[in-house]
Design a protein around this ligand. Structure first.
Ligand SMILES: Nc1ncnc2c1ncn2[C@@H]1O[C@H](COP(=O)(O)OP(=O)(O)OP(=O)(O)O)[C@@H](O)[C@H]1O
Ligand SMILES: [Mg+2]
Length: 336
């Protein structure tokens, strides 16, 4: 990575930032699964998708528009890239931010090379407003682009749209129904996460043992992006030694951050069961933040959401104990 130079002129600084962004992108690309078998897990989805791809190819048709539903960092974009690789189409990855303009999408679609087919990924598609979603489905269904001046022109290129979303509930039913194929990512098991860890270790030249891979896999909390963060930290440490990696990343062996641990600690302080208001008051954090934090705790069955409020489960108590213990051990090592 380019080093910051104290006496850089604004131009040099801009160039440094450009190089840094490029290096980051290159590293990102270098760690993406390049083949279907490198995209670990999701066996059923990949099998069905490959049948659908083969069947479309045999009919000399394009694959229908595809919607991928899955949590953040679970491999949606990587899978979309593999689909484009399989169909031999050009791949365009568009991040839909909350202020994304339809006019911008129109321009991109009109500039696509008509000499080849295209797969266009609309990542975080739920960020389109309701009215933009209404507009989108005329593109998906009729292949028509409506312009600001009211003119409607046909989309002159062959495009398969892939929508990717972490929040399918924010899609209007009409848009949802325009996708010919909908696939939902399954949860990754700890063993699958360990496979991802091993693959990334090999790519980055980090030595590992089976045991270390399993420990890092478990701490990846079912999220390949977290696995990548852990392996990048292992590279910095020089080995896949779990305790060193967890310490560097500030997570526990269960893949919990400080926020998760203090959430569970607050719940414990309140007697093991508490309503969200009570929890918010006690921990001094807004409810909305707690809703985000608790997602992983619910997924791991560390807490349960019931009528009486949030309840800390036995597995959660054990995870909390492990976290507190590990923290104490690290602190005593630092003091020594
Ligand atoms: N199934 C997998 N097998 C191996 N590596 C994976 C897998 N899924 C994701 N990865 C790794 O995790 C990284 C992040 O995956 P990706 O960007 O595809 O996730 P995403 O679901 O699109 O994330 P976001 O919700 O942020 O858009 C990839 O670059 C790759 O290194
Ligand atoms: Mg993505």
């Amino acid at each position: 990575m380019a080093k910051r130079k104290k006496n850089n002129t604004p131009d040099q600084e801009q160039e440094r930032l450009r190089q840094e962004a490029q290096a980051k992108k290159a590293a990102e690309r270098a760690l993406k699964p390049r083949t279907w078998s490198e995209h670990i897990g999701q066996a059923r989805m990949k099998r069905v998708l490959q049948v659908q791809l083969k069947s479309a190819a045999e009919r000399f048709e394009r694959l229908g528009h595809l919607l991928l539903i899955g949590g953040p960092g679970t491999g949606k974009s990587s899978l979309a890239a593999l689909v484009a690789q399989e169909t031999g189409d050009q791949f365009r990855d568009l991040m839909i931010t909350p202020n994304f303009k339809i006019a911008g999408l129109n321009r991109i679609l009109q500039d696509l090379d008509p000499a080849t087919g295209h797969v266009v990924l609309l990542d975080e598609i739920h960020n389109f407003t309701k009215s933009q979603q209404h507009y989108l489905y005329s593109i998906l269904q009729e292949g028509q682009i409506s312009h600001d001046n009211g003119k409607v022109t046909p989309l002159e290129v062959d495009v398969t749209f892939i929508g990717a979303t972490t929040e399918p509930g924010k899609l209007t039913k009409s848009l949802y129904d325009r996708f010919d194929i909908v696939h939902r990512f399954a949860d990754y098991t700890d063993e699958e996460m360990a496979e991802i860890i091993k693959l990334l270790c090999v790519r980055l030249g980090v030595p590992y043992t089976e045991e270390q891979a399993l420990a890092l896999g478990k701490a990846s909390a079912g999220t390949p992006r977290q696995a990548r963060t852990l392996v990048l930290a292992a590279r910095d440490v020089g080995e896949a030694q779990p305790d060193l990696v967890f310490d560097l990343c500030g997570i526990t062996s269960d893949g919990l951050t400080e926020d998760h641990v203090s959430y569970m600690q607050a719940l414990k302080d309140l007697g093991g069961t508490a309503g969200i208001e009570n929890l918010a008051n006690h921990s001094g954090r807004p409810k909305e933040i707690l809703f985000e934090i608790e997602k992983l705790l619910v997924k791991k069955h560390f807490i349960e959401l019931g009528k009486g409020g949030r309840a800390l489960m036995g597995t959660g108590s054990s995870a909390l104990r492990r976290a507190v213990q590990a923290k104490e051990e690290t602190e005593s090592k630092v003091m020594a």
